[in-house]
Design a protein around this ligand. Structure first.
Ligand code: 9MG
Length: 273
């Protein structure tokens, strides 16, 4: 079986971020051209990425939505070329059901939806696709989500949302084994909310699903360390290692090689006597 048809989560996996957007906050759309995207993906695979996550619509705070056709035009050629060239699992980062099915037909083997399949028809489409799905928590929408986020108790509220969405998915025919949860670090959360969620990684893992977390270069790291986006590697790595040490299964990152090395070091420590 091709490696890309299955996900191996026996050790923490690194998901490499491949944005094919002109406005992605940390790589500024440098990889818009298909060949550049392929070169970037190849490097991430060589560096040890276990999954490549391809997105054509930015989800950074304040980002504007893009049309269906624009999103398809950005991601489908890259997914087809990647699937023809590499065995590494390809994830499609989208909230649109039409993009999900087109991406899976082009070779994607995972759906990563920051809206937890809440768009009309998304749950049914994901069920039809028969691939693993990541359900992420977000309060609000990217355009406005950082405007005064509020929770009664952030860890309990996020856990309840994710559990409820997983139930909806199972009822629609998505096997429980194909569901991955993500608390959505940075999505409609204050710095304090984000830090509480990281601290609660074990509690989130105990919900009973593989846990995906994405910290890479995000603004909470910038705020805690007082660093611009280009200088957040140390903060990103420390959160990845913390989360993995408490059971997180997939880390979504821009900087694959240093994350893979940091996680290998953690694995060596955990395997020692
Ligand atoms: C698309 N995207 C950006 N940040 C993310 C995160 O933290 N998790 C997931 N699942 N997707 C994300």
């Amino acid at each position: 079986m091709l490696e890309r048809l299955s996900l191996n989560l026996s050790a923490p996996a690194v998901m490499g971020v491949l944005n094919v957007t002109p406005d992605s906050f940390s790589d500024g759309g440098r990889f818009l051209a298909r060949d550049h995207a392929l070169a970037q993906a190849e490097q991430m695979i060589q560096d040890g990425a276990g999954i490549i996550d391809i997105g054509g619509e930015s989800t950074r705070p304040g980002a504007q939505p893009v049309s269906l056709q624009q999103e398809l035009d950005r991601v489908i050629p890259v997914i087809s070329a990647l699937a023809d060239t590499f065995d590494t699992p390809i994830s499609i980062d989208t909230s649109k059901p039409e993009v999900m099915i087109a991406a899976v037909n082009a070779g994607a083997t995972m759906i990563n939806d920051v809206t937890a399949l809440q768009a009309p028809g998304a749950v049914e489409m994901a069920a039809q696709c028969q691939v693993p799905v990541c359900l992420m928590h977000m309060q609000g929408e990217p355009r406005s989500m950082q405007h005064e986020p509020h929770y009664t108790h952030v860890v309990d509220d996020v856990s309840a949302f994710l559990t409820a969405r997983a139930k909806v998915c199972v009822a629609a025919g998505i096997p429980k084994e194909k569901i991955i949860l993500d608390p959505g670090f940075g999505f409609g959360k204050t710095i304090a909310h984000n830090l509480s969620l990281v601290k609660a990684t074990q509690q989130l893992v105990a919900l009973g699903y593989p846990l995906l977390m994405g910290f890479s270069r995000k603004s909470t790291i910038g705020a805690v360390l007082d660093q611009p986006v280009d200088n957040r590697l140390a903060g990103s790595l420390s959160l990845a290692v913390f989360a993995a040490s408490r059971g997180a299964h997939i880390l979504r990152v821009h900087d694959v090689k240093p994350t893979v090395d940091a996680l290998r070091m953690l694995t060596a420590v955990l395997a020692s006597e």
